[in-house]
Design a protein around this ligand. Structure first.
Ligand code: ATP
Length: 144
């Protein structure tokens, strides 16, 4: 059940975004299971995260076998491969993850993710662009 791993998070896709999320979670003391299909990235993150595995996250059976269903929360950092991003959210939904966060690279991608079962959709470039606009005009106080 998800309560077994209440303080744990699965991060799928350890690129620039997913890597930053996973690293921050690890620094905050959370158990992090990182998943990426790229063996070089698995190697890179092996010493930082609690567990890192090489796997295709679009496959629900693979995720189930890795125990991902026991995690309450998942972050999907796959972006430019929209098909893989959507299929991964579907697989997470299918195995019963109840708090799915997913990165979108466009508003269309975000709409698909919402309809697919993502509970939270984030737009890193848009969000950071907004922050920078406030920063450069000296109006950061409300935005930290
Ligand atoms: P970023 O900007 O955060 O670096 P991106 O938007 O360019 O990422 P991608 O390169 O598509 O996104 O994906 C990020 C990571 O997700 C990559 O490290 C990639 O290997 C991994 N990834 C992509 N598809 C899958 C998959 N099906 N299963 C597991 N990992 C995947």
């Amino acid at each position: 059940s998800s309560s077994q791993r209440a303080d744990s998070v699965v991060v799928i896709g350890l690129g620039r975004f997913g890597g930053a999320v996973a690293d921050s979670l690890a620094r905050l003391g959370h158990d992090v299971l990182g998943i990426d299909e790229n063996p070089d990235l698995v190697q890179t993150w092996a010493d930082t995260l609690t567990h890192v595995v090489q796997a295709d996250a679009t496959n629900a059976d693979v995720l189930r076998r890795l125990g991902v269903g026991e995690f309450g929360r998942a972050v999907v950092g796959i972006g430019s491969d929209v098909e893989a991003s959507v299929l991964t959210v579907l697989a997470l939904e299918e195995i019963g993850v109840t708090d799915i966060w997913a990165k979108a690279i466009s508003t269309k991608h975000g709409r698909i993710l919402e309809r697919t079962g993502a509970h939270h959709v984030v737009y890193p470039e848009a969000a950071m662009g907004e922050r920078v606009a406030h920063l450069v005009t000296g109006k950061m106080i409300d935005f930290i």
